[in-house]
Design a protein around this ligand. Structure first.
Ligand code: NAP
Length: 249
């Protein structure tokens, strides 16, 4: 198993893409800390799945937008596992509305949870990875960060910001053998996309060359690849997992 003996932290691991990523890393042999914001029960269920695979699991509550909470969470992971080799910055939210109607608090909340979180978690985890002279970080962006999307100026700005952050962190951390990459999913079935109106879902579907929505497991496999030794010479890239959607954007 390619991640045997390694320890991972997946933010927003209690549901959706994060849950699938946490389980995929455990299937590859890693012990996994499952971060969540509110749904402790969901996080515990993911931990039970990971433990059923024979790995260690830890549910860690923390608001990823809050640096002090992130530092405390990373400390708990280090105490539990004794190391931190993999960070997947997955937690994210949407607060959609057209720009002219967008409330300031919806701009601030989305930027804090989706972009400042990447700074909080990467900075905190990177200190330990740099000391260890190894590590892999994957930031979950979105095709919306590549092509924009009406009603999502806040989300698109955060997701595009992640791409610039990823390349800069990749350059800064490369001398210490820490790799940093991004994954940009398209339309993936989760609570986030379940909440969209049916006409929006159908409009997306019509534009996806592969003719279907993606599954969380299909994003998780891309993340698993990027953090594995199979990707040992890959840093600073964005892997698009979207059934071809961004070609049509
Ligand atoms: P989701 O089903 O809504 O799950 C969101 C996860 O993030 C939950 O685990 C939630 O924890 C956690 N979370 C939210 N706010 C948090 C905070 N402040 N601190 C810590 N954790 C927090 O979302 P998803 O669809 O799986 O999306 C996961 C990531 O993929 C996001 O970054 C999203 O932007 C990105 N993405 C998704 C799609 C898609 O089509 N679904 C496409 C492109 C990109 P609780 O359970 O405790 O609330």
């Amino acid at each position: 198993m390619e991640l045997a003996g390694q320890a991972a932290l997946v933010t927003g691991g209690s549901r959706g893409l994060g849950r699938a990523i946490a389980v995929a890393l455990a299937e590859a042999g890693a012990d996994v800390a499952v971060n969540y914001a509110q749904r402790a029960e969901a996080a515990e269920q993911v931990c039970a799945e990971i433990e059923a695979l024979g790995r260690r699991a830890l549910a860690v509550q923390a608001d990823v937008g809050n640096l002090a909470q992130v530092e405390a969470a990373v400390e708990r992971v280090l105490q539990a596992f004794g190391r931190l080799d993999i960070l997947v910055n997955n937690a994210g939210i949407t607060r959609d509305s057209l720009l002219v109607r967008m409330r300031e608090e919806d701009w601030d909340t989305v930027l804090t949870t989706n972009l400042k979180s990447i700074y909080n978690c990467t900075k905190t985890a990177a200190r330990h990875m740099m000391k260890a002279r190894s590590g892999a970080i994957v930031n979950i962006s979105s095709v919306v960060g590549l092509g924009g999307n009406p009603g999502q100026a806040n989300y698109a700005a955060a997701k595009a910001g992640i791409l610039g952050f990823t390349k800069t962190a990749a350059k800064e951390l490369a001398p210490r053998q820490v790799r940093v990459n991004a994954v940009a999913p398209g339309f993936i079935m989760s609570e986030m996309t379940d909440a969209l109106p049916e006409e929006v879902r159908q409009a997306y579907l019509a534009r996806i060359p592969l003719g279907r929505f993606g599954k969380p497991e299909e994003v998780a496999r891309a993340v698993r690849f990027l953090v594995s030794p199979a990707a040992s010479y890959i840093t600073g890239v964005t892997l698009v997992v979207d059934g071809g959607l961004s070609m049509a954007m």
